[in-house]
Design a protein around this ligand. Sequence first.
Ligand code: ACO
Length: 328
Amino acid sequence: MLQTRPGHRYARLMSVGGYRGSRVVDNAEMCTMIDSSDEWIRQRTGIVERRWATDDETPLSMSVAAARKAIERAGLVPDQISAIIVSTVSHFKQTPSLACEVAAELGCPAPAAFDISAACAGFSYGVGLAEGMIRSGSSDYVLVIGVEVLSRLTDFDDRSTAFLFSDGAGAVVVGPSDVPGIGPTVWGSDPKATKVIEIGDWKQLTTAGETPYIHMDGRTVFLWATTFIADKTKEALALAGLAPDELDVFIPHQANNRITDSMLRHLKLPESVVVSRDIVHMGNSSAASVPLGMEALLESGEATSGQTALIIGFGAGLVFSGQVVTLP
Ligand code: ACO
């Protein structure tokens, strides 16, 4: 009979660290690039300004900056990281993975390292994978990073999407725990909706010298997020054995404040629940948006370590993923 490894009983988030593109682009500046107005953008999305990477800020540099913070805050050193999972749709190389490049830059000796493509749901996918890896015994400390430079994939001839996107990285260390710190992951996809959000073929970069832009049917995503995804959010809460009034914090993917408002109505969360509104000053940073929102709430003191938070991501694929976590 084959021998298997004993795993850890439970897993938890040990820390979170973030990095935001350093260029602040407010709605007034955005409206010099597209035919829109500050009022329209605020009313339709809540966004006041967004953060873009400067030329010297890359998916690698932002990932490493966020990861260094998370590793230090977990009280660890890079040698102790046994696996790195990076979620991104804006790393312009098939191989090596960004995770391997992060490992090299951090000086981790020999971690398992791989990238995943699950767009705005990618961070939660990564947390779900990390939890399983720790409980199965294949890893002790897993670094999960969500990182994007969406400003470089933005079509400024498309005023229906150009004002949304931003650049940044968020990282967590997931490690063993004596008590459950990560609830069951609710995840899935809609294979009928592969065309709803697309990034153009990267072959364009070499053959035509063109940028592969993000194309999105915003109305379809909006409807899907406020109905189907709102139900999935309820499911993640129920699977963790929590009633709405037992939740402390809600951190949905920062896609649109109106989507968040609709989810809140659907979930019937009490007013005491702290809700991430990081989109206001960050825009939509896809895989980075949930960990950045988490770090912001913890740093501002609006949320505190040990509280129970529901996280949910949804986006290109279409894919979704969510779970309840104990805040680091
Ligand atoms: N400024 C002014 N008017 C605009 C703009 C603009 N920037 N963009 C569109 N409009 C106009 C449209 O032309 C339309 O005019 P019409 O009624 O005369 O035709 C009107 O505003 C309404 O357009 P809608 O597309 O219906 O606007 P909506 O309220 O749906 O907002 C938005 C658009 C913000 C994109 C919204 O649909 C949304 O947030 N969707 C979800 C996005 C999302 O969650 N994406 C997932 C993640 S992305 C990823 O995975 C990388």
